[in-house]
Design a protein around this ligand. Structure first.
Ligand code: SF4
Length: 688
């Protein structure tokens, strides 16, 4: 701030942290970042940005940034030239393909990478490796949103834009702590509350917004479906539904009404550990509002029945007629990472090609193959958890990981490590030598979001431009070029030589994005999908002309409540909930390398004071946490933000090993892990 030397250039780009997608101005001096400021007129952030967007850029010139390829020789990763690294990849891939065929390959793409990189990654997997086994980390977070919202309404995204929150008179915020995980949205919600909107929060933790809520439904982790059904029961019983909407535009009312018979608040109260009167108050607030909005996060999806949770929440929007109607506020999933929506939009999924077109559909495959001039494999591929199982059983031999530290971010770390050790050949692209990259045979130095060209799609389906403010260090290049180089070494020409050409090709394959291009985004600014033609403006609000389901109607879901996959017992009597904290981002590889963010230097285990007293734990005391899957030692932090019998921790610090504890239970529809419910035991421990 005290450096008054002139700025050499300013680049307008999109934040690479959370899925809100704030537009930032990056000011560069001496080829380093002098400052980052929020873009004043950006439609998403309107001149705001959080601590991560503004200050967490110290990682770009961190001393341990990867600047050249590494290859494993005699068991150690050693420096290599690009030619040596590509030669090794080509040689080892050819051998594995010859012995085991294309099913022996899998690729994990990246929700941090651009759309164009994700598009190219799935094309690389399908056209160069010959497999549909390509997936991205939405499998770990919002795959249930894609499945649940598609089943309810027809498309795999939120129904409305963030701007629609500005007219909501009641917000139902479920399983989300946007103050910390999506701060600019958290601030927008707070503003609405200050302007008189009512707020209902469904969350086991007392978050900042829960403290502002009219009703905080502080339910037991894993009981969402029962809670949402109790609210729906009251809406139906007390006539707080939109009868005309249900008659004209929705299906499944009779089946849902029959199911909800058993979900009266006084019956559900014991299941979710919430007094019946609070469920009743929440339902009445939501039911009497004129423009209700639903905003939800991973506390709804990361469960063994996460898709059921999304369907039960969508039921509430349908019962109130608050989707697909002029002036409605809809239902908004708070997508986690900067481009987790885009990674799925681009087809980095084992069963879907770009634009959510089924790979099993021969017409879609043929059309794609004609444009690619490469065949598209017919058999849907493996999801991330299936990749790990297949590696351990010897059916998967080669894993390619783009920018994901699966050893830290995925559940049941021991299982992930075993899968990596079981693979014959592992390739990683990354900014740093992550724990996953340490298992690799080839590590390729990648560019960060501040060093690349392309687009991201944010949580409300907005395509936004990403522009390079800096050059990548040393020999690092972006994932787009890395994929081209590897494909070239394997003898496959992927076409689309630039990110702009890749988005054009995607637009020619996927009708949902047919009107989107770099040229148009540069000229007009962000565009919401669907945007089906170059002259169309995009659709911030979906379904005004009908739902995209097969019936053309919104589908209510009569899904019964089922208990979580993991359950407490005498051996593991407490429940661990995992999540995120304001100062850091996911595996923390970028935020932990930013000196300004060392405000939070280590992870803690949040413990209720009653539990801490019972266990003899004081603030800062070491506590050993064990689950059926592993163990970790953390520092205790007493707080009433968690309920008695429950503890909370984030996974930002590798040494905390939080995901050594989390379970292998997954959502039965999508395979999304049950991060929000793990039965654990706590014991005072000695410092390691
Ligand atoms: Fe970046 Fe999200 Fe913060 Fe906006 S709210 S600045 S997108 S981390």
């Amino acid at each position: 701030l005290l450096d008054h030397r002139p700025i050499s250039r300013t680049t307008t780009t999109t934040c690479g942290y959370c899925g809100v997608g704030c537009t930032l101005d990056v000011h560069v001096r001496d080829e380093g970042i002098a400052a980052v400021t929020p873009h004043r007129t950006a439609p998403v952030n309107r001149g705001h940005a959080c601590v991560k967007g503004r200050f967490a850029h110290g990682f770009t010139d961190a001393a341990d940034r990867l600047t050249e390829p590494l290859v494993r020789r005699h068991g150690r990763l050693e420096r290599a030239t690009w030619a040596e690294a590509l030669d090794l990849i080509s040689h080892r891939n050819a051998r594995i393909r010859e012995r085991h065929g294309p099913d022996a390959f899998a690729l994990i793409s990246s929700a941090r990478a651009t759309n164009e990189e994700n598009y190219l990654a799935q094309k690389f997997a399908r056209a160069a490796l010959g497999t549909n086994s390509v997936d991205n980390c939405s499998r770990l977070c919002h795959a249930p949103s894609a499945a649940g919202l598609t089943a309810a309404f027809g498309l795999a995204g939120g129904t409305n834009s963030l701007d629609d929150l500005d007219r909501a008179d009641c917000i139902l915020l479920a399983g989300a702590n946007p103050t910390e995980a999506h701060p600019v949205v958290g601030a927008r919600i707070k503003q609405r509350v200050l302007h008189g909107a009512r707020l209902v929060v469904v969350d086991p933790r007392r978050t900042e917004l829960a403290g502002l809520a009219d009703v905080h439904v502080r339910c037991k982790p894993g009981s969402n479906v029962a809670v949402f059904h109790a609210l729906a029961h009251v809406l139906l019983r007390e006539g707080l539904v939109d009868e005309e909407f249900l008659r004209e535009r929705a299906s499944g009312r009779a089946e849902l009404a029959a199911l909800l018979h058993d979900y009266a608040p006084d019956l559900v109260s014991a299941v979710c550990d919430v007094p019946a009167r609070e469920l009743l108050s929440a339902a009445r607030l939501f039911g009497h509002s004129r423009r209700p909005a639903i905003v939800y996060g991973l506390g709804v999806t990361e469960h063994a029945h996460g898709t059921d949770g999304v369907r039960a929440l969508a039921n509430l929007a349908i019962l109130r007629g608050s989707v697909g109607e002029p002036g409605c506020c809809g239902i908004l999933p708070l997508r986690g990472q900067n481009n987790v929506q885009g990674a799925s939009d681009m087809g980095a999924l084992p069963d879907l090609l770009p634009g959510y077109q089924a790979v099993a559909d021969p017409a879609v495959r043929d059309r794609t193959a004609r444009i690619w001039r490469h065949p598209v494999p017919a058999e849907p591929g493996r999801r991330i958890p299936q990749m790990f199982d297949a590696a351990i059983s010897g059916r998967l031999r080669a894993l390619h990981v783009i920018g994901e530290d699966i050893c830290q971010s995925d559940p049941d770390t021991a299982h992930v490590r075993e899968a990596l050790r079981s693979c014959e050949f592992v390739v990683c692209h990354d900014l740093f030598l992550s724990r996953t990259a340490q298992h690799a045979d080839v590590v390729l130095p990648a560019a960060s979001f501040l060093e690349k060209e392309g687009t991201f799609v944010n949580f409300d389906r907005r395509f936004q431009r990403v522009r390079p403010a800096l050059n990548p260090p040393g020999e690092a290049i972006d994932d787009f070029q890395i994929l081209h180089r590897i494909a070239g070494a394997l003898g496959t020409d992927l076409g689309c030589p630039t990110p702009s050409a890749a988005l054009d090709e995607c637009a020619s394959i996927a009708p949902l994005f047919a009107g989107v291009s770099h040229e148009r985004l540069d000229r007009e600014g962000p565009l919401h999908w669907p945007c089906r033609a170059p002259g169309e403006p995009g659709e911030p609000m979906l379904y005004l002309d009908g739902f995209a389901t097969r019936s053309g109607r919104a589908e209510l879901a009569a899904v019964p409540y089922r208990p979580p996959g993991d359950a407490t017992d005498d051996e593991y009597p407490m429940t661990l909930v995992t999540g995120r904290r304001l100062e850091h981002y996911n595996t923390g590889s970028m935020t932990r390398r930013t000196p300004d963010l060392r405000l939070l230097p280590e992870e803690t285990l949040d413990v209720h004071p009653e539990d801490a007293a019972r266990l003899g734990l004081s603030d800062g005391a070491a506590v050993r946490v064990t689950s059926r899957w592993g163990a970790a030692v953390l520092s205790a932090r007493t707080t009433r933000a968690v309920r008695p019998g429950e503890v909370f921790a984030a996974f930002h610090f590798p040494e905390a090993e939080i995901n050594a504890l989390t379970s292998s239970h997954t959502d039965d529809v999508t395979g999304c892990p049950e991060f929000k419910v793990t039965a654990v035991d706590l014991r005072p421990a000695a410092r390691p």
